[in-house]
Design a protein around this ligand. Structure first.
Ligand SMILES: C[S@@+](CC[C@H](N)C(=O)[O-])C[C@H]1O[C@@H](n2cnc3c(N)ncnc32)[C@H](O)[C@@H]1O
Length: 292
């Protein structure tokens, strides 16, 4: 390890890494680029994390230090590298039925609002707006298929989006290690999952897969879809944005919710003055769009 660094530039890494010079200016360039491209608000305390996540990009490009990396990103016009930079900086932690109260609430919403009053073939539109590797979207799909059997034929659809294409690839593939199966309620795993014991993995039965569509989407850019959603999950992503970006996001999500629709946020996210957006709080980090 480098013990003393006379130069204010910063060196670090693990034993298996090359040590790349990483200056304050490099950090400022990367954090400001990440904010403008994806809304990620990277404070000074995340400096080690940024180094750790991006050192492999410097290595992959065969560059000697972060000056060369920032110069490359800035001048090469390589949009794929900008996307890789953002993907490397995103945190993708997720799990099946994470914050399970939201899935109980969704089941109750489907029972009262959907299976009764609005049944009769109306499309049901759900958006998982930062779905990561798909566990959240498939959890939603299982609840829907449980409540509305043959949901695909009855025109239920889940848009599962994320900024990180690698995560979307995992979601589309839809194969997960059996050690994560315990997060799925037993009645659902028995009904909807197909186990491959030899490979220690499982996948979902077709009725569940059929209602989920994975698409790339940046929450701070333009959104191509025009329809309104009955349910939006936008959980554990706004915590990475600054206040201004959050407020803008709340307004845009509220605009995309159908009257009476439900919006679920992550456990440490909440909307100040939800009425300002035509929303009312209606459960744990759960909001209802006003109107019928
Ligand atoms: C911590 S995961 C949350 C996954 C899931 N919603 C959950 O709660 O389990 C955050 C996800 O937000 C995605 N993300 C970060 N910035 C984004 C942006 N600007 N637009 C869309 N997705 C973004 C990341 O790629 C990551 O997969």
């Amino acid at each position: 390890m480098v013990e003393a660094v006379a130069n204010p530039a910063y060196f670090q890494g693990t034993d298996s890494d090359a040590f790349f010079r990483f200056s304050e200016e490099n950090f400022r360039y990367i954090s400001s680029l990440a904010k403008s491209l994806s809304g990620l608000d990277i404070g000074a305390s995340k400096r080690d994390l940024v180094y750790g996540r991006l050192a492999r990009r410097v290595r992959a490009l065969g560059l000697t230090d972060f000056d060369a990396y920032c110069h490359y990103v800035d001048t090469s016009g390589d949009l794929a590298e900008k996307a890789s930079l953002i993907s490397a900086l995103t945190t993708n932690v997720t799990a099946f039925f994470r914050e399970s109260h939201h899935f109980d609430d969704l089941a109750a919403y489907l029972d009262t609002e959907w299976c009764g009053r609005r049944s009769g073939g109306q499309p049901l539109r759900v958006w998982c707006a930062a779905t990561s590797s798909g566990e959240e979207a498939y959890s939603v799909a299982m609840v829907i298929e449980d409540r509305i059997a043959d949901a695909a034929r009855k025109n239920a659809r889940i848009l599962a989006s994320d900024i990180n294409p690698e995560m979307l690839k995992v979601g589309r593939h839809g194969v997960y290690p059996t050690m994560t199966l315990g997060r799925i309620p037993k009645n659902f795993s028995e009904k909807f999952c197909i186990l491959d014991e030899s490979k220690k993995e499982f996948r979902f039965r077709e009725p569940v897969r059929a209602i989920v569509r994975f698409r790339p989407l940046n929450l701070i850019a333009n959104w191509p879809m025009e329809q309104r959603f009955h349910v939006i999950f936008c959980r554990n992503v706004a915590i990475y944005f600054d206040n201004q970006t959050k407020k803008r996001l709340w307004g845009r999500l509220a605009d995309r919710l159908a009257p009476g629709g439900r919006l679920y946020l992550g456990h440490s996210e909440n909307i100040q003055a939800p009425e300002h957006y035509g929303l009312m709080m209606d459960g744990i980090t759960t909001y209802r769009k006003c109107g019928l």
